[in-house]
Write a protein that binds this ligand. Structure first.
Ligand code: FMN
Ligand code: ATP
Length: 245
């Protein structure tokens, strides 16, 4: 059985590639992210090359740049599962460390995109930035592409779609608005132990009762004091929060 994702460049097999790379955090794999991945999948088919969604964990903003809410919309495992369902052949999760944050855009292109992934195409949204102090952008990818062996594709942004907006909507309890951006209900993963789902590392709506879809049928669940309470059998579970009750 193939692994769910590669954790770090060392797990990418030697001689991998050429590949089509979709690049970014992709937290939640919302409809805007799906546009990027769809384009990568089309290019992959045209070029007969596997598509590698390359992402970062934890969110770069936990380490670098302006502090902001980075509570995951989706666990990294869920992100990888969604990426594969949307056509990615592999998912590379790069641990976002202080060391990676200090890596220049040029070194990232040479080390990760050229040497590790042998990129033949790199697909991002038009607002993508990378490298130390966010110095790299899509213009730099276009410039470095010809010498590094890839074409750079910067897609127009799908309006009204960002992980930040999903975080704002879920935090405000607007699960219907969040689902419109995600293209599916917001999902919380955890392990049930006596009706309490822990750990809830993913985003939770405010305290209250919610209509939810679970592996054991639709039911009301409750958010209280930062915990999700659900009458479900003990063990790992996924709870889709559909709407407030
Ligand atoms: C090699 C590398 C170094 C980075 N260094 C910084 C940094 O110093 N400061 C910063 O705010 N973000 C840094 N970032 C994060 C990027 O600005 C950006 O958040 C990340 O590439 C994800 O892009 P996305 O938000 O468009 O998905 C770095 C990213 C990479 C790949
Ligand atoms: N609305 C969008 N339409 C198309 N591409 C997008 C959109 N939003 C982000 N992207 C692209 O998807 C990749 C992942 O982006 P990222 O995870 O930063 O998205 P985001 O939703 O803007 O996140 P955040 O709100 O946390 O900054 C990047 O290549 C980015 O340019």
């Amino acid at each position: 059985m193939s692994t769910v994702f590669w954790h770090g460049t060392a797990e990418v097999p030697d001689g991998w590639g050429p590949s089509v790379v979709a690049l970014g955090v992709f937290d939640g794999l919302h409809r805007g992210h799906q546009r990027v991945l769809d384009h990568a999948v089309r290019l992959g088919r045209e070029r007969g090359a596997p598509v590698v969604l390359t992402t970062f964990d934890p969110h770069p903003a936990t380490i670098a740049g302006r502090p902001r809410d980075t509570t995951p919309v989706a666990t990294v495992e869920h992100r990888a599962e969604l990426a594969r369902r949307h056509g990615a052949d592999q998912v590379l999760v790069l641990p976002f460390t202080e060391c990676l944050a200090r890596t220049s855009a040029e070194d990232f292109v040479d080390g990760v995109l050229r040497r590790t992934l042998d990129a033949t195409a790199v697909v991002t949204g038009s607002n993508f930035r990378f490298g130390h102090r966010g110095a790299g952008d899509t213009a730099l990818l276009r410039k470095l592409g010809p010498v590094s062996g890839f074409t750079a594709h910067a897609l127009d942004l799908l309006p009204g779609c960002s992980s930040t907006l999903v975080r704002t909507l879920v935090t405000a309890g607007d699960l219907v608005g969040a689902a419109a951006i995600l293209g599916r209900p917001h999902r919380v993963h955890g392990t049930v132990d006596g009706e309490i789902v822990t750990p809830c590392t993913t985003l939770l709506p405010p305290p209250g009762k919610y209509w939810a879809r679970t592996p054991h049928g639709d039911r009301t669940v409750e958010v209280e004091a930062g915990l999700l309470l659900a009458d479900l059998p003990d063990g790992p579970t996924a709870v889709d929060l559909v709407d407030a009750r």
